[in-house]
Design a binder for this molecule. Structure first.
Ligand SMILES: *[C@@H]1O[C@H](CO)[C@@H](O)[C@H](O)[C@H]1NC(C)=O
Ligand SMILES: *[C@@H]1O[C@H](CO)[C@@H](O)[C@H](O)[C@H]1NC(C)=O
Ligand SMILES: *[C@@H]1O[C@H](CO)[C@@H](O)[C@H](O)[C@H]1NC(C)=O
Ligand SMILES: *[C@@H]1O[C@H](CO)[C@@H](O)[C@H](O)[C@H]1NC(C)=O
Ligand SMILES: *[C@@H]1O[C@H](CO)[C@@H](O)[C@H](O)[C@H]1NC(C)=O
Length: 647
């Protein structure tokens, strides 16, 4: 009996360590915050800025109930989570769902199989992501190690952009006038400006032990600014970007476009003391006369335990226009070489990013003749009207919500910008290659383009116009990302496998450019096998935005939840088994293998080390639901103890 119980208990411990369902409740509402000498009312999650960090292990199922107590429509996007077979949990308003209306709620249910690293979450409706954001950390499941020496400590560094105003008003002022919004008033590190701003009395401080290996999980949650990030007296070893492992990149400067993340190790081997972590804009506008960034500096402090905080050393920052430093970082990133780059290419596109002007729309009541506009391949993207989301229109066979005629290349030069809700239909498992071309006409600007639903390989990038014959692609160890900073006046070539059915937004992550039209949508069909065919959407999802659908979904929200099972361990390809099994192309019929490096090949410059997964320096904000397995385990252990006691 005892042996049986022990065996059962061990089995359950094994299951528990494997994967869990992790639950959070996010209440979106107003809060007051003191920043830059004034009190501003903002919309935030659970009264926190940043909002709670989501912390899970690879393979876990995640459930986030979002309750909207704000006066605005809102949705949450889990930036970089692939949402394999769960497109209705992706979040962009009117693309994958109708917004959660004031007083409404929606429970997002999805898994994170085959993904490890630092991601984040943010509002994907209007300008709300300026304050509705937080970290989304995926650690290896128990028993799996990082492909680099395990850190002694982890510190999430969420970089934000701050306005001394209601950000919904900042955006609507800009939209009504057909202009770009006012620049931000400050940058923040974990919600705090640091001491270089007026009235600043609050700084994020990370207390570290000397001679420790610290993993900084850096996220650019800003809306409109590429950011330089440095720590005085310390260098970084970059080990991952956008939750994809990289080979080690040693640098003293990180640069992150809005939407991007960087995991960087810092050795605390400097003289004991305090060191500023500093954040400044990288203004990519060229020529410089067009530069219009917030020129302020946010700081946080890296403090060696037991030393005084003042005065911290300040790092020498690059000049804001230093594209050479930024490009050295962006172009220098390499992946681990697995899985293999998919080929051959089935769908080959060139997407030209364009900024320009359109006649004012009648709704733009303060607009003066023409409005600032943007386009991909000459089409200025418009979200559908408030009646239906794209995924809802598709799921319900509603005609007239979008057209499937997004062009595969730019129109002849001089063609007037068109307006439309155009998608590119792609069949399941196609290999898609895109040349992203930024126009070279002045002024030029670096646009960070974000793909929902997939990671892509970055095969090549450069400045000037793309000339196919003279460009060598990296098909050996390209970096995998979800957001690519396309150099001002330059280009980038990306490739991904369309192994995830749904409606996937592909758009500029400079937030003001989204309503201006700098986006398009990939519509990926279901495959022909059961494993590649989308199941019916969950009953609590609103795809068509009418009162009847909202009411039906609200009823389903309060009904007992269908369980979403965590992913089994084999979702990660074993390091010893490269080749076809690892190739995303081979994933037909089993769409859970994403087109990115997820196996645990050791990084070239660092020896493979012991297990990782140390707790974060910040506490988990949501309750981690260990679930019914823990309960069972407790009962069995109790039985076991009672049995021992009797014996
Ligand atoms: C910062 O200053 C404001 C206004 O004086 C005050 O309300 C707030 O409590 C201060 N915060 C800290 C951390 O000292
Ligand atoms: C950082 O790297 C640079 C260039 O390799 C080197 O000169 C410098 O000494 C390093 N600094 C530290 C603190 O390791
Ligand atoms: C700092 O040192 C003190 C005393 O040794 C210790 O109690 C504390 O846990 C340390 N703090 C951190 C963050 O390591
Ligand atoms: C609108 O255009 C007119 C004429 O060009 C100009 O005088 C006026 O200042 C403009 N108004 C705004 C709000 O830009
Ligand atoms: C909120 O969303 C609904 C559904 O799309 C729409 O009808 C309504 O106009 C939106 N409200 C605002 C203030 O945008």
């Amino acid at each position: 009996m005892v042996r049986l119980l022990l065996a059962l208990a061990l089995l359950l411990v094994g299951r528990l360590a494997d994967a869990a369902t992790v639950k959070y409740t996010f209440t979106v509402g107003s809060m007051q915050i003191n920043q830059l000498c004034s009190t501003t009312s903002i919309i935030a999650v659970n009264g926190q800025l940043p909002g709670p960090s989501i912390e899970v292990n690879e393979g876990d199922a995640v459930e986030v109930k979002v309750i909207n107590n704000s006066p605005y429509n809102v949705t949450i996007h889990w930036h970089g989570v692939l949402q394999l077979m769960t497109p209705w949990a992706d979040g962009p308003s009117l693309v994958s769902q109708c917004p959660i209306q004031p007083s409404g709620s929606y429970t997002y249910r999805f898994g994170v199989p085959g993904q490890e690293g630092t991601l984040w979450w943010h509002a994907h409706s209007s300008f709300l992501r300026a304050t509705v954001y937080g970290a989304f950390i995926v650690r290896p499941r128990a028993g799996n190690a990082y492909p680099f020496p395990a850190p002694d400590m982890e510190v999430p560094i969420v970089l934000g952009e701050w306005w001394n105003r209601n950000v919904v008003d900042v955006e609507s002022d800009a939209l009504l006038a057909g202009q770009l919004p006012a620049q931000s008033d400050a940058f923040t590190v974990n919600g705090k400006t640091g001491l270089l701003y007026p009235c600043a009395n609050d700084t994020f401080t990370a207390v570290v032990e000397p001679n420790a290996r610290v993993l900084l999980r850096v996220i650019n949650a800003g809306l409109n600014s590429h950011l330089f990030f440095k720590v005085a007296g310390h260098n970084f070893t970059v080990v991952a970007v956008d939750a994809g492992y990289t080979s080690n990149l040693n640098t003293d400067t990180l640069v992150l476009a809005p939407g991007q993340t960087v995991d960087a190790l810092v050795d605390t081997a400097a003289a004991p003391g305090s060191y500023y972590m500093a954040v400044q804009a990288h203004d990519t506008m060229s020529p410089l006369t067009f530069a219009a960034s917030d020129t302020t500096t946010a700081t946080a402090i890296l403090q060696y335990n037991g030393t005084s905080t003042s005065p911290p050393a300040m790092p020498a920052m690059p000049s804001s226009s230093d594209a050479a430093t930024a490009n050295a970082f962006y172009f220098g990133l390499r992946g681990l070489g697995t899985p293999a780059v998919p080929s051959p290419v089935d769908v080959s596109m060139t997407i030209e990013l364009g900024l320009g002007q359109l006649p004012c729309d009648p709704s733009q009541t303060r607009c003066n003749g023409t409005a600032a506009a943007a386009a991909m391949n000459g089409v200025s993207f418009r979200l559908p009207g408030p009646q239906a989301s794209l995924l809802g229109a598709h799921a319900n066979g509603l005609a007239g919500v979008f057209t499937a005629d997004f062009p595969d290349g730019p129109p002849p030069s001089g063609t007037a910008m068109a307006v439309g809700t155009k998608v590119r239909k792609v069949s399941f498992n196609s290999v898609v290659e895109i040349v992203l071309q930024n126009p070279s006409a002045v002024p030029t600007e670096n646009h960070p383009i974000h793909l929902h639903g997939f990671n892509f390989f970055v095969l090549a990038q450069g400045v000037g116009p793309f000339t196919p014959a003279s460009v060598a692609y990296n098909l050996v160890d390209p970096v995998a990302r979800n957001t690519i900073a396309v150099p001002g006046g330059g280009w980038a070539v990306i490739r991904f496998v369309a192994n995830n059915p749904g409606m996937w937004f592909f758009h500029c992550h400079l937030d003001p450019h989204v309503p201006m039209g700098l986006g398009m949508v990939f519509h990926v069909d279901s495959g022909t096998t059961p494993g590649s065919t989308l199941p019916p959407p969950p009953a609590n999802w609103v795809g068509v935005c009418d009162a009847q659908s909202y009411a039906a979904a609200a009823a389903a929200e309060v009904a007992p939840a269908p369980a979403l099972s965590p992913a089994p361990a084999p979702a990660l390809a074993p390091a010893s088994a490269p080749g076809p099994a690892n190739s995303p192309r081979a994933a037909a019929g089993s769409p859970v293998i994403p087109p990115r490096a997820v196996d645990h090949k050791p990084s070239p410059n660092l020896p493979q080390h012991r297990d990782g997964g140390l707790p974060s320096s910040r506490s988990t904000a949501g309750p981690r639901a260990a679930g019914h397995l823990t309960g069972l385990l407790c009962i069995i252990l109790l039985l076991f103890v009672l049995h021992q006691h009797k014996a």
